[in-house]
Design a protein around this ligand. Structure first.
Ligand code: ADP
Ligand code: MG
Length: 388
């Protein structure tokens, strides 16, 4: 395994800014969800891959109960902070410190004795573009500190600790998918995750010589995303309540049609039921090497997110439409919560060059933005690079 570039920046910052040598260096990847959108909080199915872009953390121990942190990617001043683990927790909601101090504090609570740390963080996962730089940061911090403080925790426990940090310190009520993907990623595999049971099944993907996933960043993140996300969650809960079921995982199309739902509740419920079916069909198609069928599930997923769940936006629709017109493309969809962020496209490797041109031309033409895109290779999950 080669060292991600972020690892060198984290190591350098630890030495230059905090003046210490690392005892541990850990890396944790971002992720892209291939299919299964807005299903996680409905106890449903999702299928992400970890990507070969990581957040890296370099850390050294202290014995005074203090934690000093530095974010190598952020401008000084404001990229360093210092806290005491025994003091009342600082209010770091909505700030970068939440993603470092949060998991660190939860790890410290599991360590024996009075622990402290110097921590430097750097990341090759772009922040805020829907590739989960947040989970990559949390998982990298926790992987480094648990190893340094010799605390044992299961992989599922590690993901849950990081999710708790995002809830309690960042104030973001996220599901568990991002943290699971960052922990359980495996080279060449996607993860079929059952969000009711928190079960992760690895599904082999075609070799890169047969098909690749291209991630394209729309460059937009609409400010309404958080409010609309909360509204969709509430809509799903109301629809499940009206059908007297625990969650939309337990719905079927017949029950939806028979029930007294509002038009919006019906559309949301139909999306969730059909999206879970599409995840199953996508996983089977991938196992069988049926790329056409897998791509069709992706394109249908996008249409459903656009027309039934109504979380797409002009930029995402432009990118998907442009991708689907390129020969050798099997399917394309928005990925992540919507209202901006990225699309993911399954295509033949020989089509990548034409696809990149088509995406950039379309986004510039319709919205005036360039399109950053890259081939996302299914990569391994969190791991230690150095432990002394
Ligand atoms: P996403 O997870 O899609 O990238 P989020 O808004 O959930 O977007 O998380 C992004 C936030 O995570 C950043 O605004 C920052 O606070 C934090 N973060 C991610 N990576 C780093 C990093 N390398 N250094 C400091 N903070 C980071
Ligand atoms: Mg995030």
């Amino acid at each position: 395994m080669t060292n991600p570039p972020a690892a060198d920046r984290a190591r350098l910052a630890l030495g230059r800014v905090l003046g210490v040598r690392p005892a541990v260096v850990a890396a944790a990847p971002g992720r892209v969800n291939l299919i299964g959108e807005h299903t996680d909080y409905n106890d449903g199915l999702v299928m992400p891959i970890a990507i070969a872009r990581c957040c890296a953390v370099a850390a050294a121990p202290r014995d005074d109960g203090l934690i000093r942190i530095v974010a190598a990617d952020l401008p000084a001043p404001g990229n360093t902070s210092e806290y005491e683990f025994s003091a009342p927790p600082p209010d770091v909601r909505g700030r970068w410190q939440a993603y470092v101090f949060g998991p660190a504090a939860l790890c410290a609570a599991r360590a024996s004795g009075r622990v402290g740390a110097d921590v430097a963080i750097a990341s090759d996962v772009p922040m805020g573009s829907g590739l989960s730089s947040s989970a990559a940061a949390e998982v990298a911090v926790a992987t480094a500190l648990l190893a340094m403080w010799r605390v044992r925790l299961s992989p599922l426990g590690l993901a849950q600790l990081c999710q708790r940090a995002e809830h309690e310190f960042a104030g973001v009520p996220c599901g568990l998918m991002d943290q699971l993907a960052s922990v359980f990623g495996r080279e060449g595999f996607a993860m079929l995750i059952d969000c009711r049971e928190n079960l992760v099944e690895h599904v082999p993907l075609p070799a890169a010589s047969e098909a690749v996933f291209v991630v394209a960043d729309s460059g937009v993140r609409h400010s309404l995303a958080a409010g609309e996300y909360a509204a969709r969650r509430a809509m799903c809960a109301a629809a499940a309540g009206a059908m007297s079921i625990r969650s939309l995982r337990d719905a079927c199309e017949g029950l939806i049609e028979r029930s007294a739902l509002t038009r919006e509740q019906r559309d949301c419920a139909l999306h969730v039921v059909r999206e879970n079916d599409r995840v199953r069909a996508f996983a089977s198609a991938m196992r069988a090497g049926d790329l056409r069928c897998a791509g069709a599930q992706m394109s249908e997923s996008h249409a459903s997110l656009r027309d039934l769940y109504r979380v797409s936006c002009g930029e995402l629709d432009t990118l998907v439409c442009a991708a689907e017109a390129v020969p050798g493309v099997f399917g394309s969809r928005m990925t992540g919560g919507g209202f901006g962020g990225c699309t993911v496209t399954l295509c033949e490797p020989d089509s990548v060059a034409a696809l990149l041109v088509a995406l950039d031309t379309a986004l510039r033409g319709a919205h005036g933005n360039p399109c950053r895109a890259f081939v996302a290779k299914p990569a391994s999950g969190a791991h230690l690079l150095v432990q002394r």
